[in-house]
Design a protein around this ligand. Structure first.
Ligand code: ATP
Ligand code: MG
Length: 469
């Protein structure tokens, strides 16, 4: 018996919306292919949120064809040949075949339309992103550069030589590190070599494009591996120099460990504590929490090393870096505040905190408190099990005190149903100790039964007065 090889196209399901788009393009005499990320993700058995298509139709024609099918269209990317469309539940981006020419100087690619699918695929970043499935009825799988085999082996390769590809658009180097994090793939040796060779060309790329890729890298399943690619290849020297700067030589007594290795471990540990999906703010804070250390390191008598106020310097540097990467102000504030607060807990351990110190911790963290808990708990990478357990126990104790204070404060906020003035009016008595006694009686009832309501409070008060006055 012979078994028929599975057609890869069968592994890439096309939704009814995609098929109706395909029919509309076919009727207009054009091609339409699902391409790039969604094809790759379908072959990996992963969902993708939005669908990328490529077509020989020009953007104006695309708008005409999709108009009747789409509930909305957008043209923010039209200068790059991309039309966006919402087709029922589906978000689509439809891009005209490209044959980019790059002047190798400018900070964004120049757009030139192409005429064939294969040329369009050739200019894509990696072979696993250069596969297409036609949506015009026939479902033809196109994979001119062996992307499927590379995907199966988990290897990132470029359609042309990596040197040519990265010279055309240096952002692809950062995307390589991103896919290492998000897809768990490894770099083909020639890709790795080209990254080392050409890393400094990343400086030609706009901060906005860098930010998008760094965020996706950090939000991936294995950010540590992506970051290691960045640092090893020298890409981090261009976009995040604070990270490689953490590779400080241990001092001669070996008393502090490599802050870089510590940082990556803290990031892993923080990720393990996430409870609501990948958290960009927490991940950035973990990555940057010690970036103030190199600038504050002092060697003191007895071979000791100190990093006084590294949290202050760290918050400042975090702000500066994230601003340079054009992150929104709210994210910058949150990350900087977490970096600033990450050390305060150590003061809690060495001296018992007063209630007001605990309250200040809670107030300063504000809505960041759950993340601060995760960051501080992650910031322990000692191999000494006793030390680690002591630290965790101390933090448990702090969290308990925060909870106790909260409960106490909620109790303190409870008032009886009637205030002193009302008591005096209802009973027709002047100020005096009796008012206080009546007040405490109503408070006790309120604690025991919850809110009494005005009417019942008045009759309880009158009954108490009759019995006690
Ligand atoms: P995801 O959308 O899951 O983040 P993706 O692979 O779809 O991943 P996008 O940034 O959406 O990534 O890009 C869509 C497709 O466009 C890619 O799959 C790739 O084929 C191509 N592409 C994107 N950026 C580049 C680039 N800088 N150079 C060449 N091709 C690119
Ligand atoms: Mg995509």
């Amino acid at each position: 018996m012979t078994s028929r090889a599975t057609d890869p196209a069968d592994l890439v399901p096309l939704s009814p919306e995609a098929l109706s788009l395909g029919r509309a393009f076919a009727q207009a005499g054009h091609e339409l292919h699902l391409v790039g990320g969604p094809v790759r993700d379908a072959l990996l058995g992963r969902p993708s949120d939005d669908l990328d298509f490529t077509t020989d139709a020009r953007p104006e024609q695309v708008l005409e064809i999709v108009g009747p099918l789409a509930s909305a269209t957008w043209t923010t990317g039209i200068e790059f040949g991309t039309v966006g469309a919402q087709v029922q539940g589906l978000r689509c981006e439809i891009t005209t075949y490209r044959a980019d020419r790059y002047d190798r100087e400018s900070r964004n690619p120049e757009v030139e339309y192409g005429t064939s699918l294969e040329d369009d695929l050739r200019r894509r970043d990696f072979t696993m992103n250069a596969m297409a499935v036609s949506a015009t009825g026939d479902r033809v799988f196109t994979d001119p550069f062996g992307g499927l085999a590379d995907l199966a082996r988990g290897v990132l390769r470029t359609p042309s030589t990596p040197q040519e590809s990265f010279a055309d658009d240096p952002l692809r180097m950062l995307r390589a590190a991103r896919f290492v994090s998000t897809l768990g793939v490894t770099l083909a040796p020639d890709v790795d070599a080209a990254l080392h060779e050409m890393a400094d060309q990343l400086s030609r790329i706009t901060a906005e494009r860098v930010q998008v890729e760094l965020s996706k890298l950090l939000l991936g399943a294995a950010p540590r591996r992506g970051l290691e690619v960045l640092v090893d290849a020298g890409l981090a020297d261009v976009v995040l120099p604070e990270l490689p700067a953490l590779r400080m030589a241990a001092d001669e007594h070996g008393q502090h460990k490599d802050v870089y290795a510590h940082t990556l471990q803290v990031l892993d540990q923080a990720i393990d504590l996430e409870d609501d999906g990948p958290d960009l703010v927490l991940r950035w804070a973990a990555l940057l929490h010690d970036i103030g250390k190199p600038a504050t390191r002092r060697f003191v008598a007895g071979g000791r090393v100190t990093f006084h106020h590294h949290e202050v310097e760290g918050a400042r540097l975090a702000r500066k870096r994230l601003k340079a990467l054009r992150y929104p102000g709210a994210l910058i504030d949150d990350v900087a505040q977490l970096v600033f607060l990450h050390l305060r807990f150590y003061g809690y351990r060495s001296s018992q905190w007063t209630d007001s110190a605990v309250r200040r911790y809670v107030v300063d963290a504000g809505p960041l408190l759950p993340r601060l808990h995760k960051l501080v708990r992650s910031d322990c990478t000692t191999r000494n099990k006793r030390k680690a357990a002591a630290l965790a126990a101390a933090y448990d104790a702090l969290e308990r005190r925060i909870a106790e204070l909260r409960t106490q404060e909620e109790l303190d906020a409870i008032r009886p149903d009637l205030d002193g003035n009302e008591i005096m009016t209802i009973l027709g008595i002047p100020p005096g100790p009796l008012v206080g006694q009546a007040y405490r009686h109503l408070l006790a009832l309120r604690m025991e039964h919850g809110p009494l309501g005005h009417e019942r409070a008045v009759s309880e008060l009158q009954a108490w007065y009759a019995a006690n006055a």
